[in-house]
Design a protein around this ligand. Structure first.
Ligand SMILES: Nc1ncnc2c1ncn2[C@@H]1O[C@H](COP(=O)(O)OP(=O)(O)OP(=O)(O)O)[C@@H](O)[C@H]1O
Length: 673
């Protein structure tokens, strides 16, 4: 957390400080005329959010929801904010010390000693406390001892250090804690979201929601609170200080502020307008360059050089004119602002001198007054700008909570058998990817199919015929739109999702390996993996030999890029994983690309072991591999066109026979259908 207010006498000349003051008053002006708006070009990512900023009501709900994330840590939030408030208050008091310092320097000032600070001789303990308080908050030339003022400044600096540290530490602790909580709930959501969510969103978006938005949100939640406390305390503190030093001078200054704001706004508007035109002109320049360079062949062939030269000269001239105009306006603006600053500063000084002559303002009081006035600009500026981080944070909060609020997969079933027989029955199954859009063509239509326990059924059909869709319905990656699927005579939806999925192993063409050891990849999902079973599965999947050849055998890590495994080896790992799971139902999404003969033979042998005794649904892309299936189901446009054994279907001379002939005629028999 950055602590904005300057502590000791403001650095830079008083003129430049005053200029800043003028600018911040413009900041106030701008943010009241454009509530809730961020300036364009504040980073691509956030700019994207601006297009759909939440409405005010939503914003409030979002912000309260955001604050609720901090509720479990209430005492820490309280302590952090208290520390932040104390740090701000010490800033105010430190600047106030200028009064003591300057008055002590004034000729004739009594440096003899501070009654209270000298000890309890005069008024006892009470007198001492009064003396110190007087030195801390002086309202007349101080009689403090020389050492008392530096001592107070050191004391304040110590308090400030401790409170700033506590505030920063607390804020970092809180925001990282809330960020971690948000990330955890987002991730646990992501693991349980229905497939539909993944169909409609990109991995990149979800990644950035968890990685980036979560941190934006927690920081925004805290920052806004922080700014409100820190800068409100500072603003009120400085105001009190100004009024305590001289309320009439304070009122006079506050009266001048809006005047400065209005003038600087007008100057600023013209600058912004010019900057925009300059940006456009620069855009045109790069456009012309881009076109003529990338299209240089066309330019040459069609003799376009003079035309391109003229175009370029024109935009260069425009850029040059705008640059001069910009510089002239900037110079004029700063001149006008300087003049304005001079005038306002003179009037404040004039008024202050009048007050001094009237005996109402000591030199120290004047310096402390000006110091407080200058220092006040930062907190006010922060307060008026609090909307910017707030809006950014709210946009991120919308994205974070949006993800957390997405409904997870429906899981209302209660049955949880340890192991089913694996009997499947599809009854008039219909499926639409776009639920509710009855006009769209269904991906599956009136599909009825009984698969006996232990039977191998191959799904074939041209691309887009619905093979993958049908297989996806079995583990309830999607729910049927009409009809029902029964497992052992019970509707899939009556099983608990986890229990249903325990019955199914999946070997798909793109083998997903996690960044862990080979053994952990085979035993994936088992909370208590057994190495003996891992090895047995790997042997049965013809994977043991190549695993043994790895540097650390089964404990070799499948690094992100580390282990180089061939396609066939990866498939045998996937088969070993399915064997380890030992589920009664197997979904096999056959590889489309051919492996070399040796690999193919090993994978086929591994698959034969895997399929033994299991209900197997094969999504077949190459017909040559499924000739031995018990039954072949030919899908066409989401319907079952034919069904039967390989020989029976060939003899029938229908769609299957045609598909088979087509593939046979393509050399190598490796072409997917
Ligand atoms: N996630 C999805 N969202 C919308 N439509 C989809 C989705 N997945 C598939 N489809 C559509 O559903 C129909 C069936 O597709 P499916 O993937 O089941 O066919 P397939 O027979 O497995 O094809 P292939 O052999 O090419 O893998 C196709 O018309 C397809 O465009």
């Amino acid at each position: 957390m950055h602590h904005g207010a300057s502590v000791f006498p403001p650095n830079g000349s008083m003129i430049s400080q005053w200029k800043l003051l003028a600018e911040f008053s413009v900041g106030c002006f701008r943010s009241t005329t454009q509530p809730g708006r961020l300036r364009p070009g504040q980073g691509g990512y956030n700019a994207a959010f601006l297009a759909h900023s939440p409405s005010p009501v939503q914003s409030r709900q979002l912000y309260f929801r955001l604050l609720r994330q901090f509720r479990p840590y209430g005492p820490i939030v309280g302590a952090t904010l208290l520390a932040v408030g104390i740090a701000s208050a010490t800033d105010v008091l430190l600047i106030r010390q200028l009064q003591n310092v300057v008055d002590a320097l004034a000729p004739g000032s009594a440096m003899g000693g501070m009654a209270g600070a000298r000890g309890g001789a005069a008024g006892g303990l009470l007198g001492m406390v009064q003396g110190w308080l007087h030195a801390l908050l002086p309202n007349e030339p101080s009689k403090a001892a020389l050492w008392a003022i530096p001592a107070i400044i050191c004391g304040l600096a110590l308090v400030r250090m401790l409170s700033t540290f506590s505030g920063d530490y607390g804020a970092a602790w809180l925001s990282s804690r809330v960020q971690a909580n948000l990330r955890e709930s987002m991730f646990s959501r992501v693991l349980r979201l229905p497939n539909k969510f993944y169909d409609n969103s990109s991995t990149g978006t979800t990644l950035s929601q968890i990685a980036y938005d979560a941190s934006q949100v927690s920081q925004a939640g805290l920052n806004v609170l922080n700014v409100l406390v820190r800068d409100s305390v500072a603003t009120v503190g400085y105001l009190l200080s100004l009024f305590a030093i001289d309320w009439q001078l304070a009122l006079f200054c506050l009266g001048l502020l809006p005047l400065v704001a209005i003038i600087v706004t007008f100057a600023g508007r013209r600058m912004r307008h010019l900057s925009q035109s300059a940006q456009q002109a620069m855009g045109e320049l790069t456009n012309v360059l881009d076109e003529s360079i990338s299209g240089q062949r066309v330019v040459k062939i069609f003799g376009g050089q003079p035309y391109e030269q003229r175009r370029f000269d024109r935009v260069v001239k425009l850029n040059r004119q705008l640059a001069v105009k910009h510089a002239a306006t900037a110079a004029l603006n700063s001149g006008v602002i300087m003049l304005l600053v001079g005038i306002t500063l003179s009037s404040v000084i004039y008024f202050a001198l009048l007050r001094a002559q009237a005996g109402a303002l000591s030199p120290g009081a004047f310096v402390a007054f000006m110091g407080s006035l200058m220092a006040m600009q930062t907190p006010i500026k922060n307060l008026t700008k609090v909307n910017e981080p707030l809006q950014r944070g709210l946009a991120a909060a919308e994205s974070v909570f949006g993800l957390i609020d997405i409904a997870t997969e429906t899981d209302t079933g209660t049955l949880a058998p340890a192991r089913t027989e694996g009997r499947l029955s599809l009854q008039s199954v219909g499926f639409h990817y776009q639920a509710g859009d009855a006009d769209s063509r269904p991906a599956l239509h009136q599909v009825s199919l009984d698969i006996a326990a232990g039977e191998t059924v191959a799904l074939v059909g041209s691309s887009g015929s619905g093979k993958t869709t049908l297989a996806s319905l079995l583990p309830r990656f999607y729910d049927v739109s009409s009809g029902a699927i029964l497992l052992d005579g019970v509707d899939l939806r009556d099983y608990q999702l986890a229990a249903l999925r325990r019955q199914i192993a999946l070997v798909s063409q793109d083998v997903v390996l996690f960044n862990d050891t080979l053994a952990a990849n085979i035993a994936y999902g088992d909370p208590e993996p057994s190495l003996a079973r891992v090895e047995a599965a790997a042997r049965a999947a013809h994977a043991h030999e190549f695993i043994e050849r790895q540097p650390q055998g089964y404990q070799t890590a499948v690094g992100e890029n580390g282990l180089r495994l061939s396609g066939g080896q990866r498939q045998r790992l996937a088969i070993a994983r399915a064997l380890y799971k030992d589920a009664p139902i197997l979904i096999l999404d056959e590889a489309t690309s051919a492996l070399d003969t040796e690999s193919e033979r090993l994978v086929q042998a591994a698959l034969e072991v895997l399929m033994r005794g299991r209900t197997t649904v094969v999504i077949a892309h190459r017909l040559s591999t499924i000739e031995n299936a018990d039954r072949i189901v030919v899908l066409d446009g989401g319907r079952i066109a034919e069904m039967g054994s390989h020989t029976a279907l060939l003899a029938k001379g229908g769609l299957y026979a045609r598909l088979y002939q087509t593939q046979k005629s393509v050399q190598g028999e490796a072409q997917p259908v």
